[in-house]
Design a protein around this ligand. Structure first.
Ligand code: ZN
Length: 457
């Protein structure tokens, strides 16, 4: 196997056990640093009745409670704004004048938090890791990568560091400029890769012929790089994108610069491969999304909410930070590429999780099953909520776009088939309403999974 799975040459020669020892050494240094540099983290350790020197192993780390969720980060930012006149939070561990790059999430709820804040050393280290990760998709010198996300002060800006480091030319177009401009720039710059959300990649399939008179296949891309949503983890979506674009679709992520992962060049989707175990312990620390109790992430197939702890970060290291992403972990060697580290499949958000008659249901699992009915459905759907989640009074209501070729009289049978598949696979009996193809709004950013009726009342 010629592929170097990790950025650091020595990691490629280590066994998984040796990699864990390597992580633990870094962990001890990082925790000591955070305790000394931030009163926020000092208070967290003290409240948990722990000292950084008590945490010697990943196993010890797992036993610590969660230190931070998004709301804590917002409060931390508010406090540092009031006390020190900056929004980087009380968990900032480096002097504020040493900050080199900052970015926030493109999320639409609450005030922005600057979770992507780096010193020069941080972004150089993470940039190399991001580059290495993207090189799994074959990106290298001379490639032109059209990069279509919200840019500027946003998190995605961080990835441009990695692309430049590879010798590739990022052509960064702010998603807020719209898809007409994007298509025009694709025509002009002839990229070899397109990076965007999977729903935008899907949207372009219909949009390109109308706007530039071309099928997306005629862009002659070497690869699609998608992130931001559960997309190509769904077999029908991966198949559709690869068939239409005539190239491999890769899924990548690195929330807050931690937890770096990318899918491999395989026909089947085998999850996000943890390409940087020297950056964080995210793939090794899971909790139950409801009880917040530790889940053993060394078991193949374990499901839980990821908890992030950085291993080499100066500015805003994460320590026991739960962002709310629920994943399934795979520990066996990847059948597609032979990777021996951990892999994760994103299942949903802890706050997207629904509870229907005591059963935990993730929207992505519903979408996964519904898209299996393409072309009788378009793949677009919403879960209609009459009251705030997670509890849903049965039946759970789905609004699904039917396929173009179906007449009204065929919908009843289709509804029954979808309902029975949902019941046999995830134990829910939905009530389904079909809507015409193209009637649910498409978003160029993240497509919502819910239609929140209770907010409209
Ligand atoms: Zn693989």
């Amino acid at each position: 196997m010629s592929r170097q799975f990790y950025m650091m040459p020595q990691l490629n020669r280590m066994s998984q056990e040796e990699i864990r020892h390597y992580q633990e050494e870094k962990l001890r240094r990082q925790l000591k640093y955070c305790y000394e540099r931030s009163e926020f983290y000092r208070a967290k350790f003290d409240n948990a009745g722990a000292r950084p020197e008590d945490i010697k192993t990943i196993e010890d780390l797992r036993r610590l409670p969660v230190f931070m969720v998004k709301d804590d980060e917002r409060r931390s930012a508010q406090e540092s704004l009031e006390r020190f006149g900056h929004p980087f939070g009380m968990h900032l561990c480096a002097p504020v004048e040493d900050l080199y790059l900052t970015g926030t999430t493109s999320g639409t709820t609450g005030i922005p938090t600057f979770s992507y804040t780096f010193t020069e050393k941080d972004i150089n280290f993470i940039g190399r890791q991001l580059g290495h990760r993207i090189s799994w998709a074959g990106v290298g010198k001379g490639d032109r990568v059209v990069f279509f996300f919200a840019l500027g002060i946003y998190a995605t800006t961080m990835t441009l560091w990695g692309l430049r480091g590879l010798g590739a030319l990022p052509i960064d177009i702010d998603a807020r400029a719209g898809t007409d401009l994007l298509l025009q720039f694709i025509e002009l710059t002839r990229p070899t890769y397109l990076a965007c959300t999977p729903s935008l990649a899907e949207f372009l399939i219909e949009k390109a012929p109308k706007t530039v008179g071309k099928q997306v296949r005629e862009f002659n891309l070497k690869g699609l790089l998608t992130t931001g949503e559960i997309g190509i983890a769904i077999p029908e979506i991966k198949k559709k994108l690869e068939a239409q674009y005539g190239c491999r679709a890769f899924d990548y992520w690195s929330p807050c610069g931690n937890c770096m992962g990318i899918s491999c060049d395989s026909e089947e989707y085998h999850g996000l491969h943890a390409t940087a175990p020297d950056v964080c312990t995210s793939y090794d620390d899971l909790i139950d999304p409801i009880t917040k109790e530790p889940v053993n992430s060394d078991l193949d197939g374990a499901v839980g909410e990821m908890v992030h702890t950085s291993l080499e970060r100066e500015a805003c290291p994460a320590v026991k930070y739960a962002y709310g992403d629920v994943v399934q972990i795979f520990t066996k060697e990847c059948p597609g590429c032979g990777f021996r580290g951990k892999r994760a499949k994103l299942i949903g958000r802890a706050d997207d999780m629904l509870i229907v008659k005591g059963v935990n249901v993730y929207p992505a699992a519903i979408k996964d099953i519904v898209t299996g009915f393409i072309p009788d459905v378009t793949g677009e759907m919403r879960i209609v909520l009459d009251s705030p989640p997670p509890r849903v009074i049965p039946p759970i209501k789905l609004k699904i776009e039917h396929g173009k070729h179906l007449g009204q009289h065929e919908l009843e049978g289709l509804g029954e088939r979808i309902a029975s598949e949902l019941h046999s696979k995830i134990k829910i009996r939905p009530s389904i309403r079909f809507v015409p193809p193209g009637s649910l709004p498409r978003e160029t950013r993240k497509t919502p999974v819910f239609e929140k009726q209770y907010e409209l009342k």
